[in-house]
Design a protein around this ligand. Structure first.
Ligand SMILES: Nc1ncnc2c1ncn2[C@@H]1O[C@H](COP(=O)(O)OP(=O)(O)O)[C@@H](O)[C@H]1O
Ligand SMILES: Nc1ccn([C@@H]2O[C@H](COP(=O)(O)OP(=O)(O)O)[C@@H](O)[C@H]2O)c(=O)n1
Length: 235
């Protein structure tokens, strides 16, 4: 038993994927699970957000997919894989705070729908994963496209109102008009991410779907750790 009162998954080796829409708890759960497993952690959304910073700074027309691709290809995008420290840099500049801002959040879905951008970032994601014996990777297409042979695939869902409220709480937003704007942004990104032709957001056929609506963060973490124990036992 560890200090949090549950058995750790000792010597875990393998890949855990966490996919799902915004506000379902992917980042927070993935970080906690990685820390408990002693695994690396990769936030692929941060990579698409960093790519979006490069596109915004290049000032290109977002509908010009060749120009978007060139802007991403010529940027030096660095994302760390430690669960306890966020490292996101574009051309050596720390953009960890900027990637969470409204401008990037508004623009990231069209940038991430460009197939050539996805190919570049998926190659990077697989290379980063290959460096780790144990890794937790979160995003939209990790179980379906990036790591189809992962040890455990989890697809997180939650009711749209719960997701919007969580995001509002996280940002310290209490104004109902602003909460409605957050909910509208989540709907827009859900729609964009689920309907794109390349790597749409959807559960892998062999993913375990976990609905976090009525669960707190720790309960979801415990559920994923239980699933990881079972997956390792079954391997
Ligand atoms: N099961 C949960 N219940 C309530 N709040 C949660 C839960 N999981 C995560 N949160 C909180 O909701 C917010 C958004 O979670 P986050 O991990 O960023 O989601 P995602 O990566 O899916 O967008 C964070 O403040 C997080 O602490
Ligand atoms: N593997 C991934 C991860 C993110 N994304 C894109 O990047 C955006 C931001 O991802 P994120 O994980 O940071 O978003 P949140 O869930 O934190 O709001 C998503 O809305 C997708 O458009 C993607 O296309 N594929």
């Amino acid at each position: 038993m560890d200090e949090q009162g549950s058995a750790a998954v000792g010597g875990f080796r393998g890949q855990v994927t966490l996919d799902g829409p915004s506000g379902t708890g992917k980042s927070s759960v993935a970080r906690d699970v990685a820390a408990r497993l002693g695994a690396a952690y990769l936030d692929t959304g941060a990579m698409y957000r960093a790519a979006t910073v490069a596109v915004l700074d290049a000032g290109v027309d977002l509908t010009d997919t060749d120009a978007v691709t060139r802007a991403v290809a010529s940027a030096d995008i660095q994302v760390g894989t430690a669960a306890d420290a966020e490292l996101v840099r574009v051309d050596g500049v720390d953009v960890a705070a900027r990637i969470r801002g409204a401008e990037v959040t508004r623009t990231v879905s069209p940038v991430s729908a460009v197939p050539a951008v996805r190919r570049m970032l998926v190659d990077r994601q697989r290379a980063l994963v290959a460096e780790a014996d144990a890794v937790v990777v979160e995003g939209r297409d990790i179980g379906t496209v990036v790591l189809p042979a992962a040890t455990l695939k989890v697809y997180l869902t939650a009711a749209p109102e719960a997701r919007a409220q969580r995001r509002a709480d996280q940002l310290g937003v209490t104004d109902p008009t602003k909460i409605a704007e957050i909910a509208a942004d989540l709907r827009r990104r859900d729609e964009y991410d689920s309907s794109r032709a390349d790597s749409p957001l959807r559960p892998a056929v062999d993913a375990v779907v976990v609905d976090s609506t009525g669960l707190d963060r720790d309960a979801v973490v415990e559920r994923v750790l239980d699933l990881a124990r079972t997956a390792v036992g079954a391997a």
